[in-house]
Write a new protein. Structure first.
Length: 734
C-alpha cells in the first residue's frame, strides 16, 4: 500500500511479483503461502520498490509516516480528487486533514479478518445488513478489489458471535446517527474492532425508501426525511438507465457531458432527415451531430438519443433533450464527425451508420454495442415523499413543454402549469417547415401573410392540445424567439430542395440566406425585434392562441394561456407589442363573435441585463415576468453556452469557477440581476407574478435561490419536475 498510495507505484507491479511466488510454490490463495514464501514476496516487493523509486524502502517508521502524511496532503490536487469534488459539489475548502491512528490487523491468521458494511442496503434501501468481508486480510484488500470478498451474511459460517456483535453495533449506530451508516471493521485474533463509521452513500431509490421507512419507525421527522434526499437524484427514478452490472465488460469509447439523463442504444444517423426516415422505418437511431440547431428538431425527436461533439450543458441539444426526457450526451470532444461520409472517428477507430453505440445521459459515457437497460419502477414511497414536499413548499412548479405529449407527461409528474412553450419548435415538422420557409423567403408582406395563414391552423391545433392537457393550469406561450436564418438550410443540397419545393430559383434561396446571415445571432434580429419588424408573425401567433382558447372554452375546457414577449430590453418595445397583442385579441374575439370574457395575461421574458436594471419601467406594461436565465447568463458573462465547454473544464479544475453557471445560477452576478428585477418589478406592481423558465428552474441550488428572492414559481423540463418540487420544499425548510 505504501508503494502504491505514497510513492505512486502501479499496484499491478506488486500483484505480478506475488503471482510469481504463488506459482512457484504451487498455491492459489495468498493465505496458503508458507513463511518462506512470504519472505520471498517481501524480497521481491523491495526490489520492485527500489526499481521504481530509485532508493531502498525506508525502514524508519517516522520517515514512513511523514511521507504518508505528505501523500495525503498532495492528493488534494490530483485530477481524481478535483473530479470527485466537482461531481459531489464540494466547494470552498482549502485542503484536507490527516488522521493518524494505531492499527489493528486482520491478517493475523484464520481467526482474523476485515470487512466493509452498510447498516441498510445502499442500492434498494431495504433494512437489511449489507456488506462484504475477508478472512485473514487487511481492509485495503476489500476496498481495492484485490481479493474477492464474501457477503457479510455468510459470516455466521465463520464466526457467528462476531456477526451477532456487528448486528448489535449496527442498531446502536443507526439509533445514534439516525441515518444509514457505512462502516469498516477488523477482527484481530477473534476480537472485533470498529474502525470507522460515516453516513453511507445511496441511490435515489434507496434514499427515498430509507427516508420513508425511518419516518414510519419514528427515527426521523418528515422534515428531516425531505432534507435528507438529494433532490437532483430523483431524475434517476424516472428514466431508464444502464446499471453497473450491465456495463461490466463493455468497451468504453469516450466520455462527454451528461446533458440529459437516460440510457439509449441505436445505430448512428448523421443528419436529421436520415434519423427521421430510418426511425419511421422501425430502426432505433442515435442522432450524431457536431451540434444541433432548431433545424434538427424533427430528427432529434425521432432519435432515441442524441450525441454531439461540441456544446455544453445548456446547448440546444441539451435543453431540448431534457425537455423531452430524451437521453443526450453533449460535448464529447473525442468525436470527429464526417457527416458527408456518414461516419465518426473516436480515438482512431471509425464507426458508420450500421454500427451500434450506447450512450448514458447520466454519466456522459459512450459505449460500443448494445447495453442492457433498466426500466424504473416507481414505488409508493416516491408518491409519499412528493406529497410531503408539496405540503411544505411555497413556490409553484411548472414545466417547459412544447407538445401535448410533454405537457401530459409533466402533469403526471406534478407540474402545476407550463412556464415556457417554445413556439419555434412547432414549425419544423412536415409541411410546416415549408410554409415557414415560404414566409421567410417572401419579398412582400402580402406573401408573408399568405404563408403565415397556412401555418396558423397547425399552431392552433398545437395550442388546443396543450391547453387541453393542462386544463385548469396556466400555460405561458413564448412568441417566436430565434433568428429566422435558423429555419433555412445552409447547405447547397438543402437550398436546392427548398427551391424545388417552392418553385423558385436556387439563387433566390441562397441570396435570402445570405441576407439573413448574422455575425452574432444571439445578439441579433430575434425575439421581440422580429415582431417589431414583422408584426404579422406576432398577429398570426396571437390569433392562433386566442382561437385555440375559444375552441377550448366552447368544449368547457378551462384554458389559461399567458402570452410572453421575449428578449425585451426597452420599455417601448413591450409597450408597442403589448398594444398589438391586445388589439389582436379583440379583433379575433370580434371575428369569432365570442361574447365571453378572455383573461390572457401579457408579460415578458427578462433575459437581457438591461431589462433587469430598468425593471420598474418594464413592469408598467407587463402582467408578469419570467426570467430566462439561460440567455441572461450568456449576456452577463459574455459566454456562449454552445462553446463554453472548450474552456470550462479548465476554469473548474483551476477553481476560477466553482460551478458551471449554466447549470447552477451565479448568485453574485446573474442572481443579483434577478433580485434587482424582482425588486424593481414589484416596486411598480406589488403583486406582479414572477417566475423562472431557464434550465436553472430544475437545479436544486438554483431553486433555493429562487425561493429566497421571492419568485412565485420555477419552470423546468418534465423529468425534473419532481426534483423541483422537492427542492422547493427543502428551500422553504432551510
Amino acid at each position: 500500500m505504501f508503494g502504491d498510495v505514497v510513492m505512486g507505484m502501479d499496484h499491478e507491479s506488486f500483484e505480478h511479483e506475488f503471482s510469481i511466488v504463488k506459482k512457484k510454490h504451487g498455491v492459489k490463495l495468498d493465505t496458503d503461502l508458507s513463511a518462506e514464501g512470504l519472505k520471498e514476496v517481501c524480497d521481491r516487493y523491495k526490489k520492485a520498490y527500489r526499481k521504481h523509486v530509485g532508493e531502498e524502502f525506508p525502514q524508519d517508521p517516522t520517515k514512513q509516516l511523514t511521507l504518508a502524511v505528505e501523500a495525503v496532503f498532495k492528493s488534494w490536487n490530483t485530477s481524481r480528487a478535483k473530479s470527485y469534488r466537482q461531481i459531489n459539489d464540494i466547494t470552498g475548502l482549502t485542503g484536507t486533514a490527516v488522521n493518524v491512528q494505531a492499527m489493528v490487523f486482520g491478517n493475523m491468521g484464520r481467526s482474523s479478518g476485515t470487512g466493509v458494511a452498510f447498516t441498510r442496503n445502499p442500492s434498494t434501501g431495504v433494512d437489511k445488513f449489507f456488506g462484504e468481508f475477508l478472512i485473514d486480510a487487511q481492509g485495503e484488500d476489500v476496498v481495492a478489489g484485490i481479493r474477492t470478498p464474501k457477503p457479510v451474511s455468510q459470516m455466521t459460517r465463520w464466526n457467528k458471535r462476531i456477526f451477532n456483535e456487528l448486528l448489535k453495533i449496527k442498531k446502536i449506530l443507526e439509533k445514534h446517527y439516525r441515518d444509514m451508516q457505512d462502516i469498516e471493521f477488523t477482527i484481530e485474533r477473534d476480537k472485533l474492532w470498529m474502525l470507522q463509521t460515516r453516513t453511507g452513500k445511496r441511490t435515489a431509490a434507496a434514499a427515498v425508501k430509507m427516508a420513508v421507512d425511518m419516518v414510519k419507525s419514528r427515527l426521523i421527522t418528515r422534515d428531516e426525511a425531505l432534507l435528507r434526499i438529494p433532490a437532483g437524484d430523483l431524475v434517476q427514478l424516472l428514466l431508464p438507465s444502464f446499471t453497473a452490472k450491465s456495463k461490466k465488460g463493455v468497451t468504453m469509447l469516450t466520455k462527454g457531458l451528461p446533458a440529459s439523463p437516460g440510457a439509449s442504444t441505436g445505430t448512428l444517423a448523421f443528419s436529421a432527415e436520415d434519423a427521421v426516415a430510418r426511425s419511421e422505418a422501425g430502426e432505433n437511431v442515435l442522432l450524431v451531430r457536431k451540434e444541433t440547431s432548431p433545424e434538427d428538431i424533427d430528427g432529434m425527436h425521432h432519435a432515441v438519443g442524441i450525441l454531439t461533439s461540441t456544446g455544453g450543458m445548456t446547448s440546444h441539444a441539451a435543453v431540448v433533450a431534457r425537455g423531452w426526457g430524451k437521453c443526450c450526451v453533449a460535448g464529447a470532444s473525442d468525436l470527429h464527425i464526417n457527416a458527408a461520409r456518414k461516419s465518426v472517428t473516436i480515438h482512431g477507430k471509425t464507426y458508420g451508420e450500421n454500427d451500434v453505440l450506447s450512450i448514458d445521459g447520466g454519466t456522459g459515457e459512450v459505449m460500443l454495442g448494445k447495453v442492457e437497460r433498466h426500466e424504473p419502477k416507481l414505488s409508493g414511497d416516491f408518491e409519499t415523499i412528493m406529497k410531503w414536499a408539496d405540503q411544505k413548499r411555497r413556490m409553484k412548479v411548472r414545466t417547459n413543454a412544447d407538445t401535448p405529449k410533454d405537457a401530459k407527461r409533466a402533469r403526471g409528474f406534478g407540474a402545476e402549469g407550463i412556464g415556457l412553450t417554445r413556439t419555434e419548435h412547432m414549425f419544423f415538422e412536415g409541411d410546416r417547415i415549408l410554409a415557414m420557409r415560404q414566409m421567410i423567403l417572401a419579398e412582400t408582406k402580402e406573401l408573408r401573410e399568405e404563408a403565415l395563414a397556412r401555418l396558423m391552423p397547425y399552431q392552433k391545433d398545437d395550442f388546443v392540445g396543450i391547453f387541453t392537457a393542462m386544463k385548469g393550469c396556466p400555460v405561458t406561450v413564448r412568441l417566436l424567439d430565434p433568428p429566422l436564418h435558423e429555419f433555412l438550410p445552409h447547405d447547397a443540397a438543402g437550398q436546392k430542395e427548398v427551391a424545388k419545393a417552392m418553385g423558385i430559383k436556387v439563387a433566390t434561396v441562397k441570396r435570402r440566406v445570405q441576407q439573413l446571415h448574422e455575425f452574432n445571432p444571439m445578439l441579433g434580429h430575434r425575439g421581440c425585434r422580429l415582431a417589431v419588424t414583422y408584426p404579422e408573425i406576432l398577429v398570426m401567433q396571437v390569433t392562433a392562441i386566442v382561437q385555440a382558447m375559444i375552441t377550448c372554452k366552447k368544449k368547457r375546457i378551462d384554458a389559461k394561456p399567458e402570452i410572453m414577449i421575449p428578449l425585451v430590453g426597452i420599455q417601448e418595445e413591450l409597450k408597442t407589442l403589448r398594444k398589438l397583442v391586445a388589439d389582436t385579441i379583440k379583433a379575433v374575439m370580434k371575428k369569432e363573435r365570442y361574447k365571453g370574457k378572455l383573461n390572457i395575461p401579457i408579460g415578458t421574458m427578462i433575459e437581457i441585463p438591461r431589462a433587469a436594471i430598468v425593471s420598474e419601467q418594464i413592469a408598467e406594461d407587463a402582467d408578469f415576468f419570467s426570467f430566462g436565465t439561460n440567455d441572461l447568463t450568456q449576456l452577463t458573462y459574455g459566454f456562449s453556452r454552445d462553446d463554453i465547454n472548450s474552456f470550462l473544464p479548465h476554469y473548474l479544475d483551476d477553481a476560477i469557477l466553482e460551478r458551471d453557471p449554466f447549470q447552477t445560477i451565479d448568485v453574485d452576478g446573474v442572481g443579483a440581476l434577478v433580485k434587482r428585477g424582482v425588486e424593481g418589478g414589484r416596486q411598480t406592481k406589488k403583486g406582479l407574478k414572477i417566475g423562472i423558465c431557464g434550465e436553472h428552474g430544475g437545479d436544486p441550488k438554483s431553486v433555493e435561490f429562487c425561493n429566497s428572492v421571492g419568485l412565485d414559481y420555477v419552470s423546468c423540463s418534465p423529468f425534473r419536475v419532481p426534483t423541483a418540487r422537492l427542492a422547493a420544499a427543502q428551500a422553504e425548510l432551510r
